[in-house]
Design a protein around this ligand. Sequence first.
Ligand code: ADP
Ligand code: MG
Length: 480
Amino acid sequence: MMQDYKIIWANCLRIIKENLGPDNEQVYKTWFEPIVPIQLEDNVLTIRVPSQFFYEWLEEHFLDLLKKTIRLQLGPNGMLKYSILMDTSIDETPITTSLPSSGKQATYNRPKDVPMVLNGDDHTIANPFVIPGLQKLKINSQLNGNYTLENFVEGSCNQLARSAGYAVAENPGRTAFNPLLLHGGVGLGKTHLAHAIGIKTKELHPESIVLYVTSEQFLQQYVNAVRNKNTNDFVHFYELIDILILDDIQFWASKGPHTQETFFHIFNYLHQQNKQIIITSDKAPSELGSLEPRLLSRLKWGLSADLGVPDVETRKAILKQKLSNDGIEMPEDVIEYIAYNINTNVRELEGALISLIAQSSLNHKKITIDLAKQMIDKFVKSTTREITIDYIQKVVCDYFKLPVDSIQSPTRKREIVQARQLTMYFAKKMTKSSLAIIGMQCGNKDHATVLHACKTVANLNETDKQFHFWVDELEKKIKG
Ligand code: ADP
Ligand code: MG
């Protein structure tokens, strides 16, 4: 008699396996093989499941199958009782559910110490007994609603990544882009695009479970899981995800070998189930040498889409989009000025815009090109060593011992005209600014004046020894 429950459960497994069919062998292995029968008492079969999560999943997806099976084995009054293996220091907490036909309400007390705590408290898992059979697993996707695809301005720098992202959202797990690796320097929109794909996927496939997680969070969760001895729950949790977005995988370089190994297994599992994986990295796969080799090789399975530095037109479009989102108006020339001068990445572009808006509203100043200039001057100096028109002006004026603002004055004094022309010449040569912008910054001249200045300087540089010397010296000074 003692062995009865084992035999009964073995019979149940056989029925379950048959019902699932050969196509679902993996399902069977994942969800039924780990179950351990514990006892049979008064027609109640107790089985032990590895986690809360596991139990909820069984109830959600296999309730009918379990009911039928138990009925077949134990008759119409048969019941199933789950026991969840908690932390080894805690006793097993049995959860009783009325299966299949007693009609009694199930009693279910969520254990205080639910093992499924993922680094914080924002992962809520629906209590499966609230609406038996209908409830959906609720996971906080951690998606930032501001980072939509609609807000992600398209340019040649991001076209491939953006359209691959769209394809993935339309058909998660079913394109050749699995995994989709978004790669690009800091501040170029990897995180934004990753969120956007997640949001779009949810929009197009509301049933899908999307999870955004940074590599740092993942590592921390894993470490906690190890500490709390519930790595199985951790893994099971991740294996439930349909679209897994892992941000900044380069964070793992040369750290967390076990985390990487665990992720490797989760990756394989999800990939095999045609679940979508999206990974971002600010290094190309070839530069991620310190990542676990097997994991690295997986990254190469899908598509690696690059995000580049946006060109000036795209930068303008991004600024305009941010402004219209915030309902702020800004003169076109100011937008242009910022777009031309901040050419490192989108984050700095946004930073400059925000500082300018803050400056103007804090000091009740109108947003003008002058204010933009002052602000960007500070901004650029503190963030990059980019050569700007202002910087060139300063070097030229210092060299000729002229006040910096003399170039702005309408004077026709020869030495000032010369300094202005040299500034224009170097600005054309050493910055990406347009002739119009250069003119604007050198005393409000038009582009024809700038063009003329450039030709004049080039001529003198070839014919006039003294002038040639100045040009040489200045170029060295500007380059630093
Ligand atoms: P990364 O993750 O590559 O370091 P982010 O995704 O955090 O960069 O982007 C930095 C900022 O720039 C974010 O605020 C993001 O919204 C913005 N951004 C980047 N690319 C674009 C784009 N193409 N259109 C609109 N905003 C963008
Ligand atoms: Mg990022």
